[in-house]
Write a protein that binds this ligand. Structure first.
Ligand SMILES: *[C@@H]1O[C@H](CO)[C@@H](O)[C@H](O)[C@H]1NC(C)=O
Ligand SMILES: *[C@@H]1O[C@H](CO)[C@@H](O)[C@H](O)[C@H]1NC(C)=O
Ligand SMILES: *[C@@H]1O[C@H](CO)[C@@H](O)[C@H](O)[C@H]1NC(C)=O
Ligand SMILES: *[C@@H]1O[C@H](CO)[C@@H](O)[C@H](O)[C@H]1NC(C)=O
Length: 535
């Protein structure tokens, strides 16, 4: 059916059946614990994810209640929204009063049901889009005690940086992610906060870091496992484990963190579980961090606009294009400096973080006769995916642009015979190298085992010329990454010129595939059509 008619049909159905629609609307409800005499009362206020019926969290929160029942009587106030989108009643941190009022109502309901703690006994839990709203409540109501005690973000997160980023967040929290999350809280995105978590750990110690801002990715589960019964669009569904196993993993980790960080009476088992999850999270993402370093050194989450001084991928790329043997390669020395002064037209830095500067950079060379060495200056620039209001899924580069010399130019300056008019290698060869780098970094990992078995593979197409073969056109064109039925197709846009070319003679430019982009693909998107588990 054409799209227009489908939309119309849906509208008609909706208006023809108003009673059914009204029944569907979620409202707040309370789930009371099995009350144990002498246990203190706690209350978890839960904010559901977008479009998820709030009852689909019953199993998860009841499992959490049961996990902590030796320590506390944990009431749960499940929020419900008629739109099933908390964001409608809390579009920003400064306009969250409708949601705030609804939380107050829910707390009142919990008191009527028997919750007899104070505002200090309330924690906020949330899933997915619900986490965005929880984050807004914390930010919008700094004086409100119930938002400052502790927060659990399932498949969701705090700000990427700044006052409400991980390092400075006013409330203790645990971000609990899923290894097979195919959406916005995929491991490659969680990497942003794991990076900060490890910084904080190095600073104040791992134990304090977990207490204040834990980042835990749980193995084998997906984003939909937090709301069993509901399939979140775009997820890797179903996950690798059955519902019961997933719920257990989620509830035990949640209980361990609550007892460790908030209730201050962790068991040995809790501590071991938290240690195990932190180790898992770090092991999972270690190859990804190493791969990010190929885009830009020195290491940081560069998509947030931080500095960097050179691109190891561009250095590799230059040598792959030249295609020299080992002896000849040792006669090429690639610089890592930056010459920002004294150019209009000769700006040269090994890495430029602004597209405009990159556009004006020039690959340079200088023969050092006494050493028989050619100093070569390549320049790199990584482009990142859009991340408006923290809604991007990728922290890796969408492409790494490298301006290099043709192999022929280098050979000619060194007085060597060379059998190709531009370069022996191609951008495609470098993309193959990026894939190999990713596979090597993942050697022995569960991500690679899974991908080898089930993942859609990457296929490399031939390089294509920028329109007009001119610098400005090349800058504006992008590495082509396109998912086809049978593979993820990747093709580089290039410029390569011969030594007698009128424009930029003897250069070779490529827009290249980042090894980190490959790892992100391997960990998540490659698996979306796979059947990881048979029911
Ligand atoms: C979820 O829990 C609420 C409160 O106990 C209950 O009314 C509702 O029927 C439950 N729904 C499901 C699907 O378990
Ligand atoms: C480029 O890097 C410098 C630090 O080296 C940083 O101050 C600046 O904000 C960055 N600019 C962009 C656009 O990323
Ligand atoms: C160019 O590269 C050489 C080494 O090959 C290095 O010594 C020099 O500083 C570089 N120049 C710039 C501007 O990066
Ligand atoms: C991968 O790891 C295995 C051992 O686990 C090792 O034998 C092999 O050489 C490794 N391959 C690469 C490319 O590092």
């Amino acid at each position: 059916m054409p799209h227009f008619f489908r939309t119309l049909a849906v509208l008609l159905l909706a208006s023809a059946a108003p009673m059914v629609a009204a029944d569907d609307k979620d409202t707040n409800f309370i789930i009371s614990p099995q009350v144990r005499e002498g246990n203190p009362s706690k209350l978890m206020v839960f904010i559901p994810g977008g479009n998820v019926p709030n009852e689909d969290y019953n199993k998860t929160v009841i499992a959490v209640q049961e996990e902590v029942d030796d320590t506390v009587n944990m009431y749960v106030a499940m929020l419900g929204f008629s739109s099933r989108k908390c964001i409608k009643v809390c579009p920003t941190s400064g306009a969250c009063f409708l949601l705030h009022n609804q939380v107050k109502d829910a707390v009142e309901m919990a008191r009527e049901a028997g919750f007899d703690g104070s505002d200090e006994d309330i924690v906020i839990a949330s899933h997915s889009l619900g986490g965005t709203c929880a984050n807004y409540l914390v930010q919008g109501y700094p004086e409100e005690q119930m938002y400052q005690n502790g927060a659990i973000f399932y498949g969701s997160y705090v700000d990427e940086q700044g006052q409400f980023g991980l390092e400075n967040y006013p409330a203790p929290f645990a971000m609990i992610g899923a290894e097979l999350d195919g959406g916005l809280a995929r491991p490659g995105k969680m990497a942003n906060w794991l990076f900060d978590f490890n910084k904080v750990s190095a600073d104040i110690g791992i134990s304090k870091a977990v207490e204040k801002s834990a980042v835990l990715i749980l193995p084998s589960i997906d984003h939909s496992n937090f709301c069993p019964g509901f399939q979140v669009p775009g997820d890797i569904f179903p996950s690798e484990v059955d519902e019961e196993t997933a719920t257990k993993e989620i509830s035990q980790t949640t209980a361990a963190w609550l007892r460790f960080s908030l209730f201050k009476n962790p068991s040995k088992k809790d501590i071991n579980l938290l240690k195990k999850m932190i180790a898992f999270t770090n092991d999972l993402l270690a190859p990804y961090f190493e791969a990010l370093n190929y885009e830009v050194m020195n290491p940081a989450m560069h998509y947030l606009g931080e500095g960097g001084s050179y691109s190891p991928l561009c250095e590799d790329a230059q040598m792959i294009l030249a295609g020299f043997d080992e002896d000849d390669s040792s006669r090429v020395r690639i610089g890592r400096d930056c010459d920002l002064e004294g150019f209009e037209d000769s700006r040269s830095c090994a890495y430029l973080n602004i597209t405009d500067d990159f556009e004006h950079s020039r690959s340079q060379y200088e023969l050092i006769e006494e050493e028989g060495v050619l100093n070569v200056n390549v320049s790199g620039h990584a482009n990142y995916y859009r991340d408006f209001l923290n809604t991007g899924s990728f922290t890796c580069a969408s492409e790494v642009g490298c301006k290099m010399l043709s192999g022929k130019r280098i050979a000619s300056e060194l007085g060597m015979e060379y059998d190709a008019p531009t370069s022996r290698g191609t951008c495609k060869d470098v993309n193959a190298h990026s894939i190999q780098v990713a596979l090597d970094l993942l050697n022995g990992s569960r991500s690679l085992v899974r991908y080898s078995k089930y993942g859609k593979k990457i296929c490399l197409g031939d390089d294509f010329d920028a329109i007009l073969s001119a610098g400005p056109a090349w800058i504006k064109e992008s590495l082509e990454i396109k998912e086809l039925d049978e593979c993820l197709s990747v093709k580089s846009v290039k410029i390569d010129t011969e030594l007698d070319s009128r424009l930029f003679p003897g250069v070779h430019y490529c827009k290249l595939l980042s090894p980190a982009r490959v790892i992100d693909w391997i960990m998540t998107d490659s698996l979306k059509e796979a059947v990881l588990r048979r029911e």
